[in-house]
Design a protein. Structure first.
Length: 60
């Protein structure tokens, strides 16, 4: 079930950005992480990750 866009405090790998996006849109966390890795290799994935890390608030 899609929820609010917040970074979880548990079950995160680095900052929880991929987990937050996966939870919000009802996708697999692994699939989102793979997408960010591929996006980083062929685009600006690292920059997008850092911007989202700053913009997405931490969960309770």
């Amino acid at each position: 079930m899609a929820g609010q866009l917040v970074r979880p405090r548990s079950q995160r790998v680095i900052a929880g950005v991929c987990a937050a996006l996966a939870d919000r849109f009802g996708l697999s966390r692994t699939l989102v992480r793979i997408g960010f890795v591929l996006f980083g290799l062929f685009g600006v994935g690292e920059l997008a990750y850092i911007v989202l890390w700053i913009l997405i608030p931490k969960g309770p």
